[in-house]
Write a new protein. Structure first.
Length: 452
């Protein structure tokens, strides 16, 4: 296990002035819930369809890279980031790498800032950095969350429109005109496995916002929008089952209590899985019936979060995997393991609402990574690390990021972590799901593994 006690000095991450401007801009977006020279390296580039796939990450120089599990085959997808522009130059940084489900393409966002103003572009490139396409460019709309369709043909993206409201658009990965879908705040969604429908959750919980809503948005022209006759509970992202027959939602019943339910494609309740004690996040096992959910509870000894796994066909009994200061969890691709993060190194609030609150109050705060094995029932602690600012930003919204990115290798044997090294620099690490082979593989601030 790697812990902060192994490190010599406090982590003080150095950032360029342009990076700080871009980071501040992106933080505001999240809270509201010309030709570029792409690389064509002639060196051997690993393909994403190997058992270990490829890792995409944002380098500390502001460019997008891919590499293998050991960091021995890095490949620059972009090369023109400029974090320290001098007079007359444009500042430029790339963010938000998102893999297509087939592992063949990568989407990412470029932020440019010059004397003439700001420009934001969404790109799609093949996994080797070639065949790049500028799919969307705007001076007044900034995408900050990307989600591919299951068939790897379309990119859905969320950003702030001119009024500051969150809005969702679709664009083909090959380029073309973007399509407005809907807007609202907060805004979450999931793709149906057949690519034809989005389930969207807009406005938060109905207990706090009477205009909160759930809706199907058809993309084939047959049924553009169908609002569900259900009151949203306290949750973020809805989740289609891998089969596409049902979806998991948190809704408010007639008594005003929140429940975890399964709804059919007609939007009607098919089954109540669990009564909820507070806000919840959930995700399906990639391979089938199991559903994991993390639910908040005001317990006698202080607030806590329970991580529970159930079989949706037989929801009783339920298996409690963990409880405590749980921050996020991610299923392995084979559906046999769950990696989850716990807060570590903080003495303040027993459960802060976000990791940022803990890290701001206590710079020594860290995350503990544990892996639960669904087959054996065993749990193993595999690492403790100080997360990068970029990784911290996604933690409050991890239920949405579960739908579009993974920290697991395709063979379910390794994890990629975005942490801070002993010199205070952002770094990318990999570690085995059994806790072995913890290693730094690159200088960077945010990484995701390809799905294949």
């Amino acid at each position: 296990m790697i812990s902060r006690s192994d490190q010599d000095q406090p982590k003080v991450v150095k950032k360029s002035p342009f990076f700080m401007v871009a980071l501040a801009f992106l933080a505001v977006s999240l809270a509201c819930s010309f030709i570029i020279p792409f690389a064509t390296s002639e060196s051997s580039v690993p393909t994403p369809n190997s058992p270990l796939g490829l890792i995409a990450y944002v380098g500390n120089d502001g460019n997008i890279y891919t590499t293998d599990r050991d960091g021995k085959q890095p490949n620059a997808i972009t090369q023109d980031a400029n974090l320290n522009p001098v007079a007359g130059q444009a500042g430029r940084i790339y963010q938000y790498p998102a893999w297509a489900p087939d592992g063949q393409r990568l989407a990412f966002v470029r932020f440019s800032l010059s004397q003439s103003g700001q420009e934001v572009s969404l790109f799609s490139a093949s996994s080797d950095g070639k065949n790049s396409v500028d799919t969307f460019t705007s001076q007044d709309f900034a995408p900050f969350y990307l989600s591919w369709s299951p068939n790897s043909q379309i990119i859905a993206f969320l950003g702030n429109d001119a009024s500051g409201t969150l809005a969702q658009y679709l664009v083909a990965a090959s380029g073309g005109e973007s399509k407005f879908i809907s807007n609202g705040q907060p805004y979450y969604w999931d793709w149906s496995p057949d690519n034809h429908t989005l389930i969207v959750h807009i406005g938060g919980a109905s207990s706090a916002n009477p205009n909160a809503r759930l809706a199907f948005i058809g993309l084939d022209g047959s049924n553009p929008k169908q609002e569900l006759d259900l009151k949203p509970g306290s949750f973020e992202a809805p989740a289609w089952s891998p089969s596409g027959d049902v979806l998991a939602l948190a809704t408010q019943n007639d008594a005003g209590d929140d429940e975890l339910i399964l709804a059919g494609r007609d939007g009607k309740v098919k089954q109540v899985l669990a009564s909820l004690s507070g806000p919840v996040a959930f995700a399906w096992s990639p391979k089938g019936i199991d559903l994991a959910y993390a639910v908040f509870e005001e317990a006698e000894l202080g607030p806590t979060i329970h991580l529970i796994v159930l079989d949706s066909a037989r929801p009783d009994p339920q298996k409690q995997v963990a409880q405590g200061k749980l921050v996020a969890f991610f299923w392995s691709p084979d559906g046999q393991k769950i990696a989850y993060f716990l807060l570590g190194g903080g003495e303040e609030d027993p459960l802060a609402s976000s990791f940022q609150q803990v890290s701001q109050a206590n710079p020594s705060a860290s995350l503990i990574v544990r892996v639960y094995d669904r087959i054996s029932g065993d749990t193993k602690e595999v690492a403790t690390f100080a997360p990068t600012d970029s990784f911290q930003q996604i933690l409050p919204f991890y239920s949405q990021y579960q739908r579009s990115g993974t920290i697991w290798s395709p063979d379910s044997l390794n994890l990629v972590l975005s942490g801070v090294d002993s010199a205070g620099e952002n770094a990318i690490y990999t570690v085995g799901a059994d806790g072995s082979q913890f290693q730094k593989i690159a200088d960077g601030n945010l990484a995701f593994w390809s799905w294949k």
